[in-house]
Design a protein around this ligand. Structure first.
Ligand code: PMP
Length: 312
């Protein structure tokens, strides 16, 4: 099979047990495959070579949001928060990773039922797999982004607040538009023209020493990294605001960066071919980025409660 992905991690959780990754397969008739009737998450584990542990970042918050996504679409999965955490930890022990790792929790309508529906005939299954992951976007240099001509899906279309698989065609359209033009990423505006977020990451700008990010009501995913950055900013005494951002503010921002589990903290050098600030990593973005990488690796005592460390 040309598209069958092999993973250096041999095991996945699938249909209520840990199986070999090559056995974690679904039918072509799967409802989720046809209609995007799924919910997913993305979690990072950072490997500490010296101390031999994997540090999973904000595991509780990820599963809380994961279960909230199901609540939004009005579907239940047969696992609770505690079970989802246990499955993750069991899978780490089974795969024994010695590298930075990405975890994909995935709930999906596994039935062959023909209709795009979310009723009882479309019971959701749960799966999780792991893969090694370094930088998703460059973090050691500034990236170039565009404002996409595609609008972010709105709360009354497919809620961005939930991580619904089907809505990621919206992300893919914007990302493709950006990369075709030779850029790294895209920024979505919401249907009402406000700055929303990137294709799979939240956005921050800095104006006159104030960190600003779009409000939760501007059709964004409520990112866990976004929340982390806001908390770190507070602790560093950097003023932070969640508010409506206009497109033209992007062009006069002193600094800009993305946040996300994949993106981590990635600073932006150009937006729509205009240089952001002086074109260098900004002071505030820099401080937050440096602290972020220490925090996620479990190196900062104050934030250790965010890290679930598993011996590997
Ligand atoms: N927005 C979207 C659309 C995303 O897919 C993601 C990645 N999960 C984010 C923002 C960032 O969220 P988080 O920090 O929780 O990974």
């Amino acid at each position: 099979m040309a598209h069958l992905q092999t993973s250096p991690f041999p095991f996945a959780f699938f249909e209520n047990k840990i199986v070999r990754i090559e056995d974690a397969k679904v039918s072509i008739m799967t409802n989720a495959l046809q209609y995007g009737t799924g919910v997913f998450g993305g979690i990072r584990g950072y490997y500490n070579k010296e101390k031999k542990f994997l540090s999973l970042f904000r595991l509780d918050d990820h599963f809380k949001r994961f279960l909230q996504s199901f609540k939004i679409i009005g579907v239940e999965i047969p696992y609770d928060h505690t079970q989802l955490k246990k499955i993750t930890i069991d899978l780490v022990k089974k795969n024994n990773p010695h590298t930075d790792t990405y975890f994909r929790p995935f709930g999906y309508a596994g039935s062959p039922n023909l209709s795009p529906n979310l009723d009882r005939d479309h019971m959701f299954d749960y799966a999780m797999y792991m893969m090694p992951l370094g930088d998703y976007l460059p973090t050691d240099k500034g990236i170039s982004v565009i404002v996409s001509s595609w609008r972010r899906v709105s709360d009354n279309t497919i809620p961005s607040r939930a991580k619904i698989t089907g809505s990621y065609i919206n992300s893919a359209l914007a990302k493709r538009e950006a990369t075709l033009g030779g850029h790294d990423e895209a920024i979505f505006l919401s249907e009402n023209g406000h700055v929303a977020e990137g294709s799979a990451m939240n956005l921050f700008i800095v104006r006159d020493g104030v960190l600003v990010t779009p409000s939760k009501s501007d059709d964004i995913l409520e990112g866990i990294t976004r929340r982390t950055v806001i908390q770190l900013a507070k602790d560093l005494k950097i003023p932070a605001e969640e508010r409506v951002i206009d497109r033209s503010e992007l062009y006069i921002a002193d600094e800009a960066f993305f946040s996300g589990t994949g993106a981590q903290v990635a600073w932006i050098q150009r937006i729509d071919n205009r240089v952001v600030g002086d074109g260098k990593r900004g002071q505030i973005a820099g401080k937050l980025q440096d602290l972020f990488f220490e925090v996620v690796r479990g190196n900062v005592k104050k934030y250790e409660s965010w890290c679930t460390k598993i011996k590997v």
